[in-house]
Design a protein. Structure first.
Length: 234
């Protein structure tokens, strides 16, 4: 199964992903956004990421720019295209697969999708859950977007990685909504309210969405200020 897993990851990269992990969905039960019936039907998931452009992210000050909103939509579109190709490839091998769109929101007020891309990504070892609830990758920080493919293809799951936020509180300090509570976790938060005030976050996103050229529930400030994304590559 190791060879099959490595081969599938390479296919995803060839289709346009920047990095990929595999999650054991049986471990999702009990996590925020988890659905037991999904895990029963699809034992594994591919967590696929495309990195955000550093130049565009670095332009963000205390609110999203038009370039960031446009880039956000474009990366979501590219992720959905990659996921569709991967889904079709897995099905061509005789397995079931279901792509969960990157941009699909079933509950905008509570910022919920069909399945939590971030919960899957954490289990797939792409990063740890930061104080902002974003997944923090040790190399690019939270500067990436995610899409998920569910499958019954037998794969070797990756392992979650250790939380390295420590005493850092930059996302909390710079949050324009004052929504991030600077609460630490070793693994993941039992509820999202433990880490952030969803109502404050949502209201600020609506404010940003109404600005000229934005038209999306995006912010990006916590993405920009995370030190793991800002570190210079050697």
């Amino acid at each position: 199964m190791h060879r099959q897993t490595d081969s599938l990851k390479k296919v995803c990269i060839d289709f346009g992903a920047d990095f990929v992990g595999v999650a054991d969905l049986s471990l999702l039960v009990g996590e925020v956004g988890a659905q037991r019936e999904v895990a029963n039907k699809f034992p594994f998931a591919l967590s696929i990421a495309i990195k955000l452009d550093d130049g565009i992210v670095n332009e963000i000050e205390n609110c999203p720019t038009k370039d960031y909103a446009d880039h956000y939509r474009d990366v979501n579109r590219r992720l959905d295209e990659v996921a569709k190709k991967c889904e079709e490839y897995i099905v061509s091998l005789g397995y079931k697969a279901l792509a969960i769109p990157a941009s699909k929101v079933v509950d905008e007020k509570n910022l919920l999708g069909t399945l939590s891309h971030k919960a899957v990504a954490r289990l797939a070892g792409l990063g740890w859950q930061g104080k902002s609830l974003l997944i923090i990758n040790p190399y690019v920080g939270p500067r990436f977007r995610l899409v998920t493919i569910l499958t019954d293809m037998k794969l070797v799951a990756d392992k979650p990685i250790k939380n390295r936020c420590g005493a850092c509180h930059l996302c909390s300090k710079h949050c324009p909504a004052n929504a991030i509570k600077n609460v630490k976790t070793e693994t993941y938060y039992s509820t999202r309210d433990e880490a952030i005030s969803l109502s404050k976050c949502y209201q600020k996103l609506l404010e940003f969405k109404s600005r000229d050229g934005i038209d999306a529930t995006v912010c990006g400030v916590c993405v920009k200020v995370c030190p793991f994304g800002r570190r210079k590559k050697s």
